[in-house]
Design a protein around this ligand. Structure first.
Ligand SMILES: *[C@@H]1O[C@H](CO)[C@@H](O)[C@H](O)[C@H]1NC(C)=O
Ligand SMILES: *[C@@H]1O[C@H](CO)[C@@H](O)[C@H](O)[C@H]1NC(C)=O
Length: 650
């Protein structure tokens, strides 16, 4: 009995163990099934970073290309080393499956999906009828919240972007003449270099697919994705995995934050195509965009070209075509603009398809011969993060033997950010980049910049940029000076006179405030005002020898009179200047006299606004208007020009 009993107990134990194991196996199987089904169900969505495999049951082992060479050393940049690969490694686990083909290389990993996060990014659409209105409203509220948080995160409405196909086609905005364009048989091969830093999944992948979908295979050497030390999880293992399934796309990861210029230079060093196409990571290409660019470069290897940059709305992702002709320019604060000037268009029908020379290019998309790019000095490795590196390159290309143009038969759309989420650690970084341009390229003209950007002036007074290498490059390439550039390339830029006592902030004695032009009134001009003196150079104006009072960083707006109101209007391009735009400054009395009417400029308080309303003053809202009145010696008609940066300065 006892023996039998013992044997039964043992048998029962074994049975229990087996049952337990079986149960365990079942649970695991169910789990795996759920997981797989989830993957299949969601493969329609354009950009779910959670499920990149699109239902591929056995994804191949993945090689992560990690650029471990020290680009900072290579480029001579002194950037603090930052570690990003640690997080990357957390998202990977060494491959345990596929024992038939054990991982050979060190960089071979099996992907572990990062938590399959389901956050508020894709709230279920309310199904009408089933749902009470309150619930629906609640969901709509949630959606709005999700939208605004997406906008905060990326600077554009990423929720809308996620709902749009990664393969959407843009409407054709090209001139009909472009469609007949015959390109030479032997166009060079192109490497498209796309740098990104914490870009949203949908916009990044739509950029990549739009290149793959539009560029002819025989011209497209490769697409090089260069990760400039992104921190967002979806850009780590999931992206590596996704890219490994795309033909002709390579992913390089920098182990240091390089900024736009450094990142593009790194990509250029790894590229093998004859022509480099630099492209921002949130673009969509239109059919036939690549061939016209390659054609212009192959005709002249020193030519740097850009397509027309159309606009994708940050809120709706609506596509807006840009009006031709358009060209890139910059002002005396070294800020870049695309200038769209229909009036530049001449009657000649060919002009709709003829490239126009451009003093600068925005660089959102830019094609350049690879050898020319390297020989002209790539991007200035001293430029930090982003901002104005395209202006530096533009001045250098023109001054050192190249040229730039916009090619109208090529269209690429660029996502217009509401604001840029990747902020500078401080504004001074951008100023330092500008200082490099001023000191390297602008000769004596740099004073004009420093007067309009006093923050740059003060930084420059306490430190000097190390531009030794760039000056050496400039000498060895035999580059021309800035005077030549202004005369031959960009004669449309007004050159301020900035005479002492006749330029600077226009200070009003009676109110202790300065003449001001409220922001947001646009380049076409509007009413003048007074506001607290800013001291930043933003209120700088210049009474020149034509007796015009020139305003703004372009000097393109002139003090004008509309009835009895002082306004700004676009300055004339022809001489002599109309007397309506001419002013005489009487130093002794401080009066600024309008030549046509012989009236004086006076600050008038608007609608009896109480003087004590300090809030209004602080927010730089209207504290009064500028009017033309019969000349008196009242202090509100007394002015002087205050130069913030001494003429000998900088
Ligand atoms: C695009 O065009 C629409 C209407 O034509 C306009 O309302 C919108 O502001 C434009 N968006 C951009 C970014 O230009
Ligand atoms: C400036 O940079 C060069 C190399 O780019 C270096 O040799 C030189 O020492 C630097 N000068 C200063 C003052 O840091």
């Amino acid at each position: 009995m006892r023996l039998w009993g013992r044997a039964t107990v043992r048998r029962r134990r074994v049975l229990c163990l087996w049952l337990l194991l079986l149960g365990f196996a079942l649970v695991i199987l169910t789990f795996l099934d759920l997981f797989n089904r989830d993957q299949f169900n969601s493969h329609q969505k354009p950009g779910p970073p959670h499920h990149p495999l699109h239902g591929i049951p056995n994804a191949p082992d993945l090689e992560v290309i990690v650029d471990s060479r020290d680009p900072a050393l290579e480029l001579g940049v002194d950037l603090a080393p930052l570690k990003s690969m640690q997080e990357d490694q957390l998202l990977f686990v060494p491959s345990m499956q596929g024992t038939k083909n054990p991982p050979q290389k060190k960089g071979s990993y099996k992907v572990l999906l990062p938590g399959a996060k389901k956050d508020t990014r894709t709230p279920a659409p309310p199904t009408h009828g089933e749902m009470g209105k309150a619930v629906q409203l609640h969901l709509e509220g949630m959606e709005r919240d999700a939208e605004s948080s997406a906008v905060r995160k990326y600077g554009f409405n990423e929720l809308v972007s996620e709902r749009i196909s990664l393969h959407r086609r843009l409407p054709d905005a090209r001139h009909p003449e472009c469609l007949r364009g015959q390109y030479s048989e032997s166009l060079p091969s192109a490497s498209v270099v796309i740098c990104f830093h914490d870009e949203a999944w949908s916009t990044l992948l739509r950029t990549v697919h739009s290149v793959l979908d539009t560029a002819p295979k025989h011209y497209l050497q490769e697409v090089l994705l260069v990760d400039d030390l992104s921190q967002h999880g979806h850009l780590k293992s999931v992206l590596s995995e996704y890219v490994s399934h795309l033909d002709g796309v390579r992913l390089i990861r920098s182990t240091k934050r390089l900024g736009v210029g450094g990142c593009r230079t790194l990509g250029a060093a790894r590229a093998s195509g004859e022509v480099l196409v630099f492209m921002d990571s949130h673009c969509e290409c239109q059919k036939g965009w690549l061939e016209p660019l390659l054609e212009r470069v192959v005709q002249d290897r020193t030519r740097v070209v850009s397509p027309i940059m159309d606009v994708i709305d940050w809120q709706t992702f609506q596509y807006n075509a840009t009006q031709w002709p358009v060209r890139g320019v910059f002002d005396w604060r070294l800020d870049f603009y695309w200038e769209s000037k229909p009036q530049l268009q001449d009657k000649d029908p060919d002009s709709a398809v003829r490239p126009v020379q451009s003093p600068a290019l925005g660089g959102e998309v830019m094609a350049v011969d690879r050898h020319f790019f390297h020989s002209v000095g790539a991007y200035d490795p001293g430029m930090l993060l982003w901002g104005v590196e395209q202006i530096e390159l533009s001045i250098r290309v023109w001054s050192c033997g190249g040229s730039m143009e916009v090619v109208p038969c090529s269209h690429v759309a660029h996502l217009d950010h509401h604001y840029l989420p990747y902020r500078f650690p401080d504004q001074e970084l951008l100023e330092r980049n500008k200082i490099r341009i001023a000191d390297t390229w602008m000769d004596a003209y740099r004073k004009i910049f420093y007067r309009r950007d006093t923050l740059a002036h003060f930084i420059r007074q306490s430190e000097s940029p190390n531009i030794t290498e760039r000056l050496r490059l400039k000498r060895s390439l035999g580059c021309r000076n800035f005077h030549w550039y202004l005369t031959a390339v960009y004669p449309q830029l007004y050159i301020p006179h900035d005479r002492p006592a006749l330029s600077g902030e226009l200070y009003n004695v009676g109110t202790g405030s300065c003449a001001d032009y409220p922001r947001g009134q646009g380049p076409q001009g509007g009413a003048m005002n007074v506001a607290p003196c800013s001291g930043t150079g933003s209120q700088h104006c210049d009474l020149n020898s034509e007796f015009e009072v020139r305003w703004g960083p372009m000097g393109a707006l002139c003090l004008d009179a509309k009835g009895e109101r002082a306004v700004l209007s676009p300055c004339p391009t022809h001489r002599p200047t109309a007397s309506r735009l001419q002013w005489k400054f009487i130093k002794l009395s401080g009066q600024l006299v309008h030549q046509q009417s012989q009236l004086c400029l006076e600050v008038v308080k608007e609608g009896g606004l109480p003087q004590s309303d300090q809030k209004e003053v602080n927010t730089r809202a209207k504290t009064g208007g500028l009017f033309l009145r019969a000349c008196t010696h009242h202090p509100r008609q007394q002015w002087h020009f205050e130069q913030l940066v001494a003429p000998k300065g900088a």
